[in-house]
Design a protein around this ligand. Structure first.
Ligand code: FBP
Length: 322
């Protein structure tokens, strides 16, 4: 692994350790609740969104491994200041995924994606355009999950592994080697309260799961919804499952709720590296050309057989409706 990439991953892991510690303090350090400010997506920022964003920013700025960073919580990219050495990578992250869980002591996580700065940017400052690369060009991706245990799950394109934070020792221990998603599953994760707004292929799939043994699938399904993609995806990576946050009819102006660059792409890479699949219903997530840093996308990912089935339902629907 290139030295700068190794350093970058070590720095991100160290920042995640600090975020884990900070999340664990909660009300003890007056860290719950929201601020009276909105991020670029018009969402009210929680205190921990802002603090975690700054932790990642400050940890990564000066090490000489990055050319620039981008985050869910920042409108545009952050260039490495001239006083620090510049590196060849670009980091994109969601500092706290599952923000609505913060105040209820539920699962939250940090998601990150690593891109290489384009060669043509070597003699100049990188631009936002330089970040708009296909997900399949990511050189590394990962998440940290802050639950009963803090686990960092990582890929550099040669499989997926996880390390658990030993809180007493303050060190990461390799605990999950070669993580893989079972090809088949009988478990789905979706926010059922949005059911009436989904497109017909998603309604068809979930209805078939819900009727269980008596329906066309002939088996009963189980459901999970943790309100944190990191939580649901960690479950997929541990025991299989399919996760959906699809387009819905309330927001005709946007392709989905989740963000391509710092949610769907890194998780898509991890899921594929673990033997699963990730699409937006029709296209492989990692093949979607980004048009903006905060672009949204429909997301269907996890156990390959189920993702292929749902994608097939979308294709059939598109073919029948033109
Ligand atoms: P944030 O980045 O604002 O946390 O939103 C992402 C997310 O929390 C996902 O992690 C999760 O799957 C989803 O939103 C939960 O949405 P809902 O509010 O519909 O349960």
């Amino acid at each position: 692994m290139p030295a700068q990439l190794r350093l970058l991953i070590e720095v991100v892991a160290r920042a995640c350790k600090l975020i884990s510690h900070t999340v664990g303090k909660g009300a003890l350090d007056n860290l719950l609740g929201q601020l009276d400010i909105e991020n670029v997506q018009g969402e009210i920022q929680k205190k921990l969104d802002v603090i975690s964003n700054d932790i990642l920013l400050e940890a990564n700025e000066w090490g000489g491994h990055l050319a620039a960073l981008a985050s869910e919580e920042m409108e545009t990219i952050h260039l490495i200041p001239h006083r620090y050495p510049k590196g060849e990578y670009q980091l994109v992250y969601d500092p706290i995924d599952g923000s609505s869980n913060i105040d209820v002591n539920g699962i939250v996580g940090t998601i990150f994606s690593v891109l290489r700065a384009p060669e043509e940017a070597s003699g100049r400052e990188v631009t936002e355009q330089d970040f708009l690369q296909l997900g399949r060009n990511q050189v590394a991706a990962g998440y940290a999950i802050y639950g009963p245990q803090t686990v960092l799950v990582l890929t550099v394109g040669t499989g997926v592994f996880g390390v658990t934070l030993d809180r007493e020792m303050g060190s990461w221990m390799l605990t999950h080697e070669r993580m893989s998603i079972p090809v088949s599953t009988r478990e789905f994760a979706i926010n059922m309260s949005n059911a009436r707004h989904w497109a017909p292929p998603v309604q068809r799939y979930i209805n078939e799961c819900l009727v269980g043994q008596t329906g066309p699938r002939g088996v009963d399904f189980n459901m999970r919804w943790m309100a944190s993609m990191v939580g649901d995806v960690h479950s997929n990576l541990t025991r299989g499952g399919v996760f959906l946050y699809p387009w819905d009819a309330r927001h005709t102006d946007r392709a989905g709720k989740l963000r391509l660059m710092y949610e769907a792409n890194p998780i898509g890479m991890l899921v594929e590296q673990a033997g699963g699949a990730a699409t937006d219903g029709l296209r492989r997530i990692l093949d979607i050309t980004p048009t903006g840093l905060h672009q949204r996308v429909g997301v269907i990912l996890g156990s390959r057989e189920e993702v292929e089935r749902i994608t097939c339902y979308h294709r059939e629907d598109t073919a029948s409706t033109g």
